[in-house]
Design a protein around this ligand. Structure first.
Ligand SMILES: Cc1ncc(COP(=O)(O)O)c(C=O)c1O
Length: 369
C-alpha cells in the first residue's frame, strides 16, 4: 500500500490555499522575454534603502562568518527608545509575518477562535487555519473594518483579534475614537493585535496611538515592519511591541537567530534615518494624488487610501491584470478576496506610476473594443 505525502499531512494544512506572493519582476521578464518590467504588487517602497543603510550593510559584510546577535540588543534598544517602552517590550521578527505566526502558536489552541476582517491580510486566515484555529472573518463595511461587528463576534473561545490598520488591500484606517470605543467592548482576556505595517504613511491626528494601550496594561500587541517605509522588504525584519511577559513567552518558541545580522544592522541604521522616512512619505503622498487624478480621468473609482497602495475598481480584474502583465506591469488582482472587480496597485516612483497609467489606458481601451 502506497501512502501519499498528502495523506500524512495535517488536514488543516492539506486544505490550505498557499499564499501567493506578488509576481517577481525577474519571473515576468523570463516568461515574456522582455527587460524593464515594473512591479507595483507587493506594497514595497519603490526607493532603495538610504545611503546610510547601505553604508552600514557594507561595513557589516566581513563579519558574516559570525552568527547574529540572537537577542538583537542594539536594535531593540533603539526601538524601545523610539517608542518610549523598555527593551524587554520589543520582539524582533523575520518580518512581521513571523510574529503573526508566533502569536498564534503561543496564544491559540486548536479549535479556538481568531477574529479577523475580510478582505484583509491573507496571512491571518492562513496561519490561523494552519495552526488548527477557527477563523471568524468579519466582512468590511464600506471598505473599512467593521469594529462593532468584530466586537460582537467575541465569544468565550475568542483568543485574538487582528486589526490591520491601515487595512490591506483597501488602505482604509480605523480612527483613534473608533478604536477607543472598540477597546471598551473587548474583554480584558482577549488579545488585540494592531498590525500597523503601513503606520508611517497613515499618520494624522485621527490615527490611533495603539502603544498607549500597552501603557494601560491592556492585552495588546503592536506590529510594525521595516519592509515598507524603510525599503528593507528583502531583508525581512519586523517587530512587536507588547508587555514584557508576552514578549518572554513569544521568545520561548522563536528561532534563536530569526533576524539575521544584515537585517539588524540595516534596521538599526534605518531607525535613525528620518530623512528617508520623510522623503518616502512625501513621494507616496505625491504619487497618490497623481494616481487619483489619472484614475478619475480614466473613469475608474478607487478607495481613498492611507497607505502606499490603492485599491482601484476595474471592469474585469483578472483579464486586466493579465493584460497589464503583457505590458510588463505587475499589479495585484484582488479576485480571491471577494473584490472581484478590483486591482491593488502599489504607489511607485513617478516613472513607474506614469508607466502604469499608460499601460492601463491601452488595456482598458483594448478591453472596451
Ligand atoms: C497588513 C500587513 N501586515 C503585515 C505585512 C507583512 O510585512 P513583513 O512580514 O514584510 O514585515 C504586510 C505585508 O504586505 C501587510 O500588508
Amino acid at each position: 500500500m502506497h501512502t501519499s505525502w498528502s495523506e500524512l499531512a495535517n488536514p488543516e494544512v492539506r486544505t490550505l490555499t498557499p499564499y501567493e506572493p506578488g509576481k517577481p519582476i525577474e519571473e515576468l521578464e523570463r516568461e515574456l522575454g522582455i527587460a524593464g518590467a515594473i512591479k507595483l504588487a507587493s506594497n514595497e517602497n519603490p526607493f532603495p534603502p538610504s545611503s546610510a543603510v547601505l553604508a552600514a550593510l557594507r561595513e557589516a559584510l566581513p563579519s558574516l562568518n559570525r552568527y547574529p546577535d540572537g537577542s538583537g540588543f542594539y536594535l531593540r534598544e533603539a526601538l524601545a527608545k523610539r517608542h518610549g517602552v523598555s527593551a524587554d517590550q520589543v520582539l524582533l521578527g523575520n518580518g512581521s509575518n513571523e510574529l503573526i505566526e508566533l502569536l498564534l502558536r503561543v496564544f491559540m489552541r486548536p479549535g479556538e477562535e481568531v477574529i479577523m476582517p475580510t478582505p484583509s491580510f491573507v496571512v491571518y486566515p492562513l496561519v490561523t487555519q494552519g495552526a488548527g484555529g477557527t477563523k471568524v472573518e468579519i466582512p468590511l463595511r464600506e471598505w473599512r473594518l467593521d469594529l462593532s461587528e468584530m466586537a460582537r463576534a467575541i465569544t468565550e473561545r475568542t483568543r485574538l483579534i487582528f486589526i490591520a490598520n491601515p487595512n490591506n488591500p483597501t488602505g482604509t484606517i480605523v480612527t483613534a475614537d473608533e478604536v477607543r470605543q472598540f477597546m471598551g467592548e473587548v474583554p480584558e482576556r482577549v488579545i488585540v493585535v494592531f498590525d500597523e505595517a503601513y503606520y508611517e504613511f497613515a499618520q494624522g491626528p485621527d490615527f490611533p496611538e495603539s502603544v498607549a494601550y500597552l501603557r494601560e496594561d491592556r492585552k495588546v500587541v503592536v506590529l510594525r515592519t521595516f519592509s515598507k517605509i524603510a525599503s528593507l522588504a528583502g531583508l525581512r525584519v519586523g517587530y512587536a511591541l507588547a508587555a514584557a511577559e508576552c514578549v518572554g513567552l513569544l521568545n520561548r518558541i522563536r528561532q534563536p537567530f530569526n533576524v539575521n545580522s544584515l537585517a539588524q544592522v540595516a534596521a538599526l541604521a534605518a531607525v535613525e534615518d528620518e530623512e528617508h522616512t520623510r522623503r518616502s512619505i512625501a513621494a507616496v503622498e505625491k504619487g497618490k494624488q497623481d494616481l487619483y487624478r489619472q484614475f478619475r480621468a480614466l473613469g475608474l473609482t478607487y478607495v481613498p487610501t492611507r497607505a502606499n497602495f490603492i485599491l482601484v475598481q476595474v471592469p474585469d480584474a483578472a483579464s486586466i491584470y493579465a493584460a497589464l502583465l503583457r505590458e510588463g506591469v505587475i499589479v495585484r488582482a484582488m479576485g480571491g478576496s471577494g473584490l472581484g472587480g478590483a486591482l491593488r496597485v502599489t504607489i511607485g516612483t513617478p516613472e513607474e506610476n506614469t508607466r502604469l497609467i499608460a499601460a492601463l489606458r491601452r488595456v482598458l481601451r483594448a478591453e472596451s473594443q
